[in-house]
Design a protein around this ligand. Structure first.
Ligand SMILES: NC(=O)C1=CN([C@@H]2O[C@H](COP(=O)(O)OP(=O)(O)OC[C@H]3O[C@@H](n4cnc5c(N)ncnc54)[C@H](OP(=O)(O)O)[C@@H]3O)[C@@H](O)[C@H]2O)C=CC1
Ligand SMILES: CCCCCCCCCCCCCCCC(=O)OCC(=O)COP(=O)(O)O
Length: 322
């Protein structure tokens, strides 16, 4: 009986508290919904009907960017080395259900980023086909696993050619047209490894540091022409990057690393790229607490960072066994 009384008293108290809280809760939810509505109304679509070139569109992050930018009404130019995988993607996009936005059949341009002459020709071909480029997303890239002592210089060059000189050559090929039109946005997909260097990634990290420096410089130089430059620095993303990575002797690494397998969803990173374009963000760092902390330690207390990295190098093998 005592128990029932207590329960019914508690229930009444709870009902009273709930009644008092309800307007507050409803007000809170209402306010949140209103904020979201305002945010959506404020969100500009700077992609609709625009010519958007995406390198490395055949897989991973590039593929997700292609899906998202296509849905947002972009006129896509899909780039990669293999026509068949890009054709398959173009077909998937063309056949996918559309919302109320007009969508376009993507164009395809194939070239190898490590051949700068071919890259320049591809840039001209893109301009010939589309007239101009509104947004260039330098996404394609290749990673590397190995220690410096056992890595052939040709491998160091190969990674720099694909990840740095390729994007530089493509940007250069399209830049003059953007400057003449006083309009254009160039996105560079770098990495958190463009900000900190970790052991056994020399070539990759160097290429991403170079990319960061080049595009920071470009941003400053082209601002007066009304052009935008965004550098995106993600942490691990769940793609085939580690499988496609090359080792010190140039062979394929071929392993899906745990860090990659448990990384960010590429669709989520693609959404951040779209938001960066729509909001004209100059820099986006998309990483967890530890990598971000590491970038601050590198900046504010380099000696600690060097000790941490040396300890990491001692602990980890250069190339993991399968
Ligand atoms: N996955 C991750 O953890 C992270 C990735 N990034 C960056 O994201 C970008 C996309 O990589 P991700 O999607 O993860 O990896 P994927 O390996 O899935 O995709 C890489 C893309 O780059 C293209 N590519 C590679 N080499 C060349 C070349 N020589 N010429 C032309 N295209 C080339 C590939 O196209 P194809 O082989 O069909 O020619 C492929 O479409 C890269 O710049 C990477 O550094 C940044 C941080 C973390
Ligand atoms: C006293 C405080 C201790 C704090 C410890 C901080 C040190 C943590 C080190 C963190 C290193 C993060 C590395 C992140 C690397 C990364 O996300 O790279 C993204 C990529 O580009 C992945 O390419 P990969 O080919 O390497 O898979």
């Amino acid at each position: 009986m005592m128990m029932m009384m207590m329960t019914s008293t508690t229930c009444r108290k709870m009902e009273g508290a709930l009644a008092a809280l309800t307007p507050l809760l409803l007000g809170g939810f209402g306010l949140m919904a209103l904020c979201r509505l305002v945010q959506r109304l404020r969100l500009k679509n700077r992609v609709r009907d625009r010519v958007v070139v995406i390198t490395g569109a055949s897989s991973g992050l590039g593929r997700e960017c292609a899906r998202l930018f296509h849905q947002a009404g972009a006129r896509l130019v899909l780039c990669g080395r293999e026509r068949s995988s890009l054709q398959e993607l173009a077909q998937e996009l063309t056949e996918s259900a559309h919302g109320e936005l007009k969508t376009y059949t993507p164009c395809i341009v194939t070239f190898d980023l490590s051949d700068v002459d071919k890259v320049a020709m591809a840039g001209s071909e893109i301009l010939r086909q589309c007239g101009h480029v509104d947004i260039l997303i330098n996404n394609a890239g290749v990673s590397y696993r190995g220690n410096i002592m056992d890595t052939h210089v040709s491998v160091q060059k190969q990674i720099m050619e694909t990840n740095y000189f390729g994007p530089v050559a493509l940007t250069q090929a399209i830049l003059q047209s953007m400057v003449s039109r006083h309009s254009g946005h160039i996105v560079a997909i770098s990495s958190i490894q463009g900000k900190i260097s970790i052991p056994y990634r020399s070539a990759y990290s160097a290429s991403k540091h170079a990319m960061q420096a080049y595009f920071d410089c470009l941003r400053a130089e082209v601002e007066r022409f009304g052009l935008q430059v965004t550098v995106v620095s993600p942490g691990y993303i769940r793609t085939n990057l580690s499988i496609n990575a090359i080792t010190g002797d140039g062979s394929k690494y071929g392993v899906m690393d745990k860090t990659t397998a448990t990384g960010w969803d590429p669709a989520e990173v693609a959404r951040a790229v779209l938001t960066a374009v729509n909001h004209r963000q100059k820099e986006v760092v998309l990483a967890g607490l530890l990598p971000i902390l590491a970038t601050y330690i590198r900046l504010l207390c380099p000696s600690l960072f060097f000790r941490l990295m040396a300890a990491r190098a001692r602990k980890e093998p250069a190339v993991k066994a399968e």
